[in-house]
Design a protein around this ligand. Sequence first.
Ligand code: AVI
Length: 330
Amino acid sequence: AASLGSELSSETQNQELETLKRHVAEGLQRPQKTLSSMYFYDDEGSRLFQQIMALPEYYPTRTEFQLFTRHQAALAMALRPTATQEPFFLLELGAGDGLKTKILLRHLLETNAAFTYVPVDISGAALDGLTASLSEELPELRVEPIVADYSEALRLMAARPGRKVVLFLGSNIGNFLPTDRLAFLRTLAAPLSPNDRLLIGFDLQKDPRIIRAAYDDTQGVTAAFNLNLLARLNRELGADFDLAHWQHYTDYDPLAGTVRSFLVSPRAQAVHVSALNQTFEFAAWETIHTENSYKFTAPQIKVLAAEAGLTVTDFFTDEQDYFADVVLRP
Ligand code: AVI
């Protein structure tokens, strides 16, 4: 199968480095310092996230997996609204290891759906692993991986004729701020034709203690994941964050439905970032806000869909109502 540029060009890499530098410079000079969770996912971060997904406390992946297993036939039907054999692209944004998606892929193959799977991920290593496992487990599957960020991949795909089904699983949508979330959904919706579909995973509001534990696991994998952001800045921007003097902190606010994660500086310290030729001062117990992870209610999801100009056609949940996979059409 032809590949849509499975390696990033050096020009793209340069642009990405410039964007990272700009974001870090902006984020670390705010009164509340911030670094975007988007930068968690270098190859090391993606590897740590795979470990998170297997943690006993991290229920979303396991739950969505169960949901996919339970509803695979209905899900596959909802994604193929016309009884025609019209071939389609199954585009997955943030494919990772594709563990959940394989349930759906297998089902679609068994029911003779004509489709090409297009996994998109910013981590080349994650996609290489996925493609290798797919060619072993599902050799008949047509796969066209794209190493790119979401907007780049959407732009590439919008230019290709054919029906599209876009998967955005794992509650990745929860990592957007509300205004960005709506803008992103509108961007997703804009190029869609009436027979195209979106399948989006939403983590639902539940016992706050269960949510909080999922982001502060006892093995410290989530802490390592958060801290890797600083290690990445050390690697890529020549920063000198001393990881021994940073802590992971997270909390769930049931009013806002948000998990907020921070990196805490337990003492006053200065950090130099070579690539920016800048030094940043941190007071004792000052924090860097690194991530939001929103949890939703069913009514909120319906309002969000309507605001983005989308209609909910199906709303699947697991047995405990922990997680929802929602099918939308333009
Ligand atoms: C990728 N995203 C949906 C994860 C989440 O649950 O918000 C990222 C994560 N952060 C800490 N643990 C997992």
